[in-house]
Design a protein. Structure first.
Length: 310
């Protein structure tokens, strides 16, 4: 395989997005666009990091249906290695169906990720040596708690986590002390800490609680309020970049990928990481796809454009 690489363990699915042309009418048919693309939190993160120029091995499962073969081809085209993934015979691939409003902000989503239950501790044990030779390992909470527990107990390289959703974040909560880096959103951070986050000060308090629980680096995504980064040495809030939103789905995954990319390149300045995450999120929000056409050059251009304007 590649000489230096990151590992992502998580979900891969087919995204089906419906975007109304005008303000959506509930319980009625809406004229608009329907788009299909490869998705899944783990896959999105893997694809973003690969586009940024760092090799990624995606450990996941997918079906032998039409979607499975499409995703296999897309990963190959995008440079995401499926060497340690597994295609499961006679199983449907995971699918994520979502509908946005006319601005691109998500209204509702339905996910069928049952196939991820096949990522068991036994499945992971067969790939542990590969994981522990990586630069780092990123986990998404589409995995079962048993799988997350196995990784928490056995992975020796830095372990990073994306909680995915409030429901799935509960699988990570008992194992917080094992994680080098955690990227919850506002609601997930509230779940982990019991702190209601209405202000930046609240976010700082929540971050400190997670640090006290053993997490080394915390990045709380605050949506329109940017991101708050914290470690035991420093806490720093970075405001979002001014952006015209085309599609809000995927910005969180791109933010996580930016954090991972920074760690792969040993960037440890919270200020620098914060700026890079907001540049990445801005590029994602401006793209109609769940994974934008992100490159280091586009990241630099966005950073330069915003920082010079300020």
């Amino acid at each position: 395989m590649m000489e230096e690489y990151a590992v992502v363990v998580g979900g891969m699915n087919m995204d089906i997005c419906g975007m109304p042309a005008e303000r959506p009418l509930m319980r009625d048919s809406n004229i608009g666009q329907i788009k299909q693309s490869i998705g899944g939190v783990g896959q999105n993160i893997a694809q973003n990091v690969t586009r940024l120029g760092f090799p990624v091995s995606l450990i996941t499962v997918y079906g032998d249906d039409l979607y499975g073969y499409q995703m296999q081809k897309e990963c190959q085209r995008n440079g995401v290695s499926l060497e340690k993934a597994q295609q499961i015979k006679e199983r449907n691939s995971a699918v994520y169906l979502f509908v946005t409003d006319e601005t691109g902000d998500m209204l509702v989503g339905v996910n069928e990720m049952n196939i991820c239950e096949l990522i068991t501790p036994e499945f992971l044990e067969q790939r542990l040596d590969h994981i522990n030779h990586a630069k780092l390992c990123i986990v998404d909470a589409n995995l079962s708690e048993q799988a997350i527990a196995y990784l928490a107990e056995n992975v020796t390289v830095p372990l990073l986590a994306d909680p995915v959703s409030i429901t799935k974040a509960k699988r990570i909560k008992p194992h917080l002390s094992a994680f080098d880096t955690l990227k919850p959103n506002r609601l997930e951070a509230e779940l982990f800490t019991g702190v209601k986050i209405d202000t930046i000060a609240d976010a700082k308090k929540a971050a400190q609680i997670m640090l006290d629980q053993g997490v080394k680096n915390v990045f709380i995504s605050l949506g329109k309020d940017g991101i708050l980064g914290a470690n035991q040495s420093q806490t720093l809030h970075v405001s979002p970049f001014k952006t015209k939103i085309v599609n809000a789905n995927g910005a969180g995954d791109c933010t996580m990928a930016a954090i991972c990319w920074c760690r792969c390149h040993d960037i440890d300045s919270l200020q620098r990481i914060g700026w890079i995450t907001q540049a990445a999120a801005s590029l994602a929000l401006e793209s109609p796809r769940s994974v934008p056409e992100i490159t280091p050059e586009k990241l630099d251009q966005k950073l330069t454009q915003v920082l010079l304007a300020n």
